[in-house]
Design a protein around this ligand. Structure first.
Ligand code: ASP
Length: 359
């Protein structure tokens, strides 16, 4: 069934800063990196709302001539190392057994390579391990014990990633079990009174996605996360899945995501966003189109509100080969971060499908 969205429901942020000019369909034939620099071409870095420091760091490195992939990975390492960000790396909220499991992916536009790790324990910088998968294996994705052994072989230090704060949050959840876990009884498309925790679906998620265009006109991206809090051990979200949580095509642009990974895994939105941009959509329009697609593809009643809209959020971030950028989310209310060459990064407004009512 195709749900047609009414024009008035299709709200867009009036203050969205994404550049909305249509790119045209000639991105693949756009100018060489050198001629773009001569044309006054400017690099860009964007990230999710927790990326103020990451985008500033990545831009600082890019200004020094560093490759976009090295820059974005160094940027997100700041967030992975931060015990106060409980959605990424060290201090991330754990799975239902109280163990932190991390997911990350990277893509390098100029060489067309990708690397990822999933369900990685005890290593606080999964993005660096993902980058090594790209550089030092003939594989793309390593998971669990194999990913840990690979990290160990490359000299990564193992440590307990659970901070006191995250352990206490996990214990509180554990002590209130049954309303907020991911185990579902038998259910069908009409079931609504099950899985209370995922019904509200805005449950302790968070991630950083960071994409950049460097001085050579090359594009790379990274997504890193501790995933959904209290997940079933072994659960893998969208972040380490190329095409879902991250996608880069050096001829077109990059896209990445945060939010309900399950919805994005079922829509592979990052690769779709890149394809929408290839067809001529601006980064913001392409992200919004991915949100619409998820709204249309959400069929289960337990995942919809009384008006048939998704009761969860997914956010997308995109840049194109011209240095234009934009982001969109299903629901309003959040911001993303951007840096176009300044010392300090700034917040920017998402375009969105639905306006969240206050209260
Ligand atoms: N997308 C992440 C995941 O599903 C979580 C998030 O970004 O909130 O693992």
């Amino acid at each position: 069934m195709h749900i047609t969205m009414k024009r008035r429901d299709f709200l867009k942020s009036a203050t969205a800063v994404g550049i909305t000019a249509t790119i045209g369909s000639s991105l693949a034939e756009s100018a060489t990196p050198q001629s773009r620099i001569q044309q006054g071409f400017k690099p860009v870095v964007i990230a999710s709302s927790n990326g103020m420091k990451a985008t500033a760091k990545a831009m600082e490195m890019i200004q020094q001539g560093v490759d976009a992939l090295d820059a974005v990975v160094s940027g997100v390492n700041i967030v992975e190392d931060d015990p106060n960000d409980n959605s990424v790396g060290y201090g991330g909220l754990p799975n239902e057994d109280g163990v932190v499991e991390l997911d990350a992916s990277v893509m390098h536009g100029p060489t067309g390579r990708g690397g990822a790790v999933a369900s990685l324990r005890n290593i606080k910088n999964p993005s660096r391990v993902a980058k090594l998968v790209l550089e030092r294996t003939d594989h793309v994705l390593l998971v669990g014990e194999g990913a840990l052994r690979f990290a160990r072989a490359h000299g990564f230090k193992e440590e307990d990633l659970l901070t006191e704060e995250s352990r206490k949050a996990w214990l509180k959840w554990k002590e209130n079990l049954s309303k907020e876990d991911d185990w579902l009884p038998a259910n069908d498309i009409d079931s609504i009174d099950i899985g209370e925790g995922i019904k509200s679906a805005i449950r302790n998620t968070g991630t950083i996605n960071c994409n950049a265009l460097d001085l050579k006109g090359n594009i790379s991206g990274v997504t890193t996360t501790s995933g959904l809090a209290w997940k079933i051990p072994g659960r893998v979200g969208d972040s380490p899945i190329l095409g879902a949580g991250l996608y880069v095509d050096n001829e077109v642009g990059a896209a990445g995501s945060t939010g309900r990974g399950e919805a994005n895994l079922l829509s592979c939105s990052s690769v779709m966003i890149v394809e929408y941009m290839r067809q001529g959509k601006s980064p913001e329009q392409a992200c919004l189109q991915a949100c619409e697609r998820i709204a249309r593809q959400t069929k289960m009643k337990r995942l919809k509100d009384a008006n048939g809209r998704p009761n969860f959020n997914v956010n997308f971030y995109a840049i194109n080969k011209r240095g234009e950028y934009g982001a969109a989310s299903i629901w309003s209310g959040s911001k993303y971060t951007v840096n176009t060459g300044e010392k300090e990064s700034r917040y920017a407004e998402f375009a969105y499908l639905y306006k969240r009512e206050r209260g």
